[in-house]
Design a protein around this ligand. Sequence first.
Ligand SMILES: N[C@@H](CCC(=O)N[C@@H](CS)C(=O)NCC(=O)O)C(=O)O
Length: 215
Amino acid sequence: MTIRLLGRRNSCNVQKVMWMLDELELDHDHVEIGGAFGGNDSAAFLSLNPNGTVPVLKDGGLTLWESHAILRYLAAQYGSGRFWPEDPVDRAVVDQWTDWTATTFQPAWIALFWQVVRTPAPQHDAEAIAAALHRTYRSFEIMDTRLASSPWLAGDAFSIADIAAGAALYRWSSMEIDRPELPHVEAWHERLSERRAFREAVCRSFEELRGRTAY
Ligand SMILES: N[C@@H](CCC(=O)N[C@@H](CS)C(=O)NCC(=O)O)C(=O)O
């Protein structure tokens, strides 16, 4: 049974799953849904994900939404201990950083992305941009401090925590903003850039999203 990923390739949450599927070298179908493609408000799609959001993963009898739940599932089912360790202590640290991205880092950087890229330029609000940048920078400082003492967010091994947070890096580094120096984040970005799966999934133009607030 083929794995099927539903979701537009220019969604950062879909990109996390694309990246993971590629790391695991898993054969799969990919169906573009959401954004300019639409289809995510259809009854058929809502029966898969009542939130009407992407990504959704189908694998055999399983239908799964929430990008980080999908990362955990793929690692558990196909990773043989890679990317989401079986040891409870190591796993807890991966989960800590993955959940921190969901609750703290991603809301901050997505708010910045909306202010700078999704909001049409004539409606840009300098104060809102500065506030979003400040909040995002605070998260990057936390990562920079962490990455000063370990190559990957959860320690010595690359994990789903790096995928969850690393999905932001292309947009962060190419948005039209003043970026503070973050030497350890930059070194981590370079390490991630050595991974083909990161380059293929994440380093993609987001021009189609510029000035679009409809989705
Ligand atoms: N917490 C969810 C968020 C899902 C989400 O908000 N997806 C956005 C794209 S990043 C979406 O479906 N937007 C509507 C659309 O693309 O039409 C996850 O991590 O999967």
